[in-house]
Design a binder for this molecule. Structure first.
Ligand SMILES: [Zn+2]
Length: 173
């Protein structure tokens, strides 16, 4: 999945959630940041197919959440709790959408007990031997968008999130 649709998915999740002591400010900004955080590993990889590191495994973020949430609960700090939850949810939404839209590399859900790569549609790693900064260009881009489900899914999420955002802004102005 591409970065704009990752942010849009995080935004939709945040808007859908009920407010609680776990969602106090800065829940939303952290959630949006977390929804693209796993792709930081792209900075350390030369190809699209090779870019998934430990940042694209659930266990890494679950571990971080347990540490941060425990610290937040012990210190009775709602802010820390909401940052912990936002980091967990944003990154998990990223992994789920990357799993659905996997084209060249999947998600290792069971890491570290297994290195098995999971994906919804068949993947073609050989198509992912392009530098990450060429993801938005052809031939990778048209290969990625060949699957109509993915194309309309990504565009749909972007449109839905933009409409919701504009509606929210209209309410406050
Ligand atoms: Zn990713």
């Amino acid at each position: 999945m591409f970065l704009p649709s990752h942010i849009a998915s995080g935004y939709l999740l945040g808007k859908w959630m009920k407010t609680s002591p776990w969602t106090v400010y800065p829940f939303m900004p952290v959630l949006l940041l977390a929804s693209i955080l796993p792709d930081m590993d792209g900075l350390f990889s030369t190809t699209v197919a090779g870019h998934h590191s430990v940042l694209h495994t659930p266990i890494f973020w679950i571990g971080l959440f347990v540490l941060m949430a425990t610290e937040g609960i012990i210190s009775k700090n709602d802010k820390k709790k909401s940052i912990a939850l936002a980091l967990l949810l944003g990154t998990q939404v990223h992994l789920v959408t990357d799993w659905i839209t996997a084209r060249t590399v999947g998600i290792q859900w069971m890491f570290p007990s297994s290195y098995k790569d999971y994906f919804l549609f068949p993947i073609q790693p050989e198509q992912g031997q392009v530098p990450i900064w060429e993801m938005g260009q052809n031939p990778y881009f048209s290969f990625y968008m060949e699957n109509p489900f993915l194309f309309f899914g990504e565009v749909g999420i972007l449109i839905l999130a933009s409409m919701l955002y504009l509606k929210e802004r209209g309410k406050h102005s």
